[in-house]
Design a protein around this ligand. Structure first.
Ligand SMILES: [Fe+2]
Ligand SMILES: [Fe+2]
Length: 196
C-alpha cells in the first residue's frame, strides 16, 4: 500500500465499526471487513494441509526405513521433520476453522490433493533427495500463496511465512545431508525380502 493509498482511505466510522462487530457473532474472527475471498483461502489452506500430511507420512516412513552407517543421524532428522510437518498441519487446520471452514483430513483423497508426492525411494540417498524435492515444492507453493494473499489476510499470511521459514530450514538441512551421504552406496536393508 502506498502513502497515497493511505491518504485516500476514509477515516474509521466508529459507530459502523461497533454495529458491524455485533452482527454475525457466530462467524467469530471473520468480520464484515474481511477482504480476501474466504472460501478460496480455505481451499488453498486445505491443499497446504494435505501436502503437510503427505510429507509427514513420507518422513515417518523414511524414519523407520533408514538403515546404514548414516541412519542414526539421517533417520532422526526424518523423525524431527515428520513431527514438524504434522505441527504445520495442526496450525493450518486451526486457521481453517477460524475462517469458518472444515479442515479436510480425508485419507482417501489425501494424495490427490497434495502438491508433494509420496515417493518411498530405495536408498538413503533416494529418501533424502525425495524429501528435498518435496520441501522445494512446498516452498514454492507457500511463496505463491503468500504472494496471492497480498495484504488481505495478515494473520494467514504470517502463519504461512512462519511455516515457509521452517520448510526452508528443512531444505537446507537435507541439501547438507545429501552432500554427506553417497546416493547409491546405502541400499535399504534386506532388499531381497522387500522385493517379495
Ligand atoms: Fe511443513
Ligand atoms: Fe518441511
Amino acid at each position: 500500500m502506498t502513502h497515497a493509498d493511505n491518504a485516500a482511505q476514509p477515516p474509521l466510522d466508529l459507530n459502523t465499526l461497533r454495529q458491524q462487530a455485533r452482527q454475525h457473532l457466530d462467524q467469530g474472527a471473520v468480520t464484515a471487513d474481511y477482504p480476501a475471498h474466504r472460501l478460496e483461502v480455505i481451499a488453498q489452506l486445505n491443499t497446504a494441509l494435505a501436502t503437510e500430511l503427505v510429507c509427514s507420512l513420507r518422513y515417518r516412513y523414511h524414519h523407520f526405513m533408514a538403515r546404514g552407517i548414516h541412519s542414526q543421524t539421517v533417520g532422526q532428522e526424518f523423525l524431527v521433520h515428520a513431527n514438524e510437518e504434522l505441527e504445520h498441519a495442526d496450525w493450518l487446520a486451526e486457521r481453517i476453522v477460524q475462517l469458518g471452514g472444515q479442515p479436510d483430513f480425508s485419507p482417501d483423497t489425501l494424495l490427490g490433493r497434495s502438491h508433494a508426492e509420496y515417493v518411498r525411494g530405495e536408498t538413503l540417498g533416494d529418501m533424502i533427495r525425495e524429501n528435498l524435492v518435496a520441501e522445494r515444492i512446498g516452498i514454492d507453493s507457500y511463496r505463491h500463496l503468500i504472494r496471492s494473499l497480498q495484504d488481505q489476510d495478515p494473520t494467514t499470511r504470517r502463519l504461512l511465512e512462519r511455516i515457509l521459514a521452517v520448510e526452508e530450514g528443512h531444505a537446507d538441512e537435507l541439501a547438507d545431508l545429501l552432500q554427506q551421504v553417497p546416493p547409491n552406496l546405502l541400499p535399504t536393508p534386506r532388499p531381497a525380502l522387500l522385493a517379495q
